[in-house]
Design a protein around this ligand. Sequence first.
Ligand code: GTP
Length: 240
Amino acid sequence: MDETSKFENLSYQILNEDYTEFDLSFKVIVVGNSAVGKTCLTTKATKNIFLDNHQSTIGFEFFSFMIKIENKIIKLQIWDTCGQETYRSLISNFYKTSSLAFIFYSITDRKSFEDIEKWVKELRINCSPDIKIFLIGNKNDLEEYRIISKLEGENLCKKYGFEYFKETSAKTGINAKEIFVKCAMILYKDFLNYYKNGRNNSMSSKSTYIDSKNKTKNETSILKKYSNGKKRGKKNNKCC
Ligand code: GTP
C-alpha cells in the first residue's frame, strides 16, 4: 500500500488492486488503436508490471484500480478494450454505463493520433452524452521515435474540450498511476457535487455508493438506483 499523498487538497492512498472492500465504484473504458499500449499502461498502473511484446487484446480485459480518497474507498472498474476492428462488436455494450473514457494514442504513431476523431465519434454514439474523456499520449519513453509533439496533444485536448491530457509511459511508469488517480478524483468530486447541489445537476456517473451510517431517505432511493455492488465490509469479487 502506498503512503498517503495529497491531490488538489484531497488526501489519497492507492490501495492494492486485490483490495475487496469499497464504498463507491465507477466504470471507466479504455479505447484507442491497436498497439498504442492500452493494456500495458493499465497493467503498469494496477499491477506495476511492464509487459514487453504484449499480444493484442481480444474483446476486452478487466482491471481494478483501488484508491482511498479522504475516508472513502473507491474502485475504478477499468474495461480495457481491443483496438482491433474485428472484435469491436463484442464491446459496444460496455460503453453505456461508463463514467469516463480514456482515449489512447502512441506518440510514435501518427495514424493512432489521427484516428482519435474516430474514437470520439464512437464514444459520442455509444456513451452517455456527458461522459468525461481523458486523452493519453503513451510511449513517451520513445523520445527518439516521437512523431506527435506534446503541444499537438494539448491542442487536440483543447479542440475537443476533453477533461484532461497527459503523456505516459508503460515502460518507465511515468504518469501511469497519476491518470487513474486524477480519474478517481474527478469522479469522486462529481459525485460529491451531485449530493451538495441537491442532485439538481446531472451526474454522468453510474456509481455504487454505500454509506450505511449517513444515508438519508432520499439517498436511499438514489442508492437503489445506482447500487450494483455490495456493502463495504463484505468481500466483493464482482466486477459489475
Ligand atoms: P490492442 O490490445 O491490440 O488494442 O493493443 P494495446 O493498445 O493494448 O497495446 P499493448 O498494451 O498490447 O502494447 C503493444 C506493444 O507496445 C507491446 O509490445 C508493448 O510492450 C509496447 N508498449 C506499450 N506501452 C509502451 C510504452 O509506454 N513504451 C514502450 N516502449 N513500449 C510500449
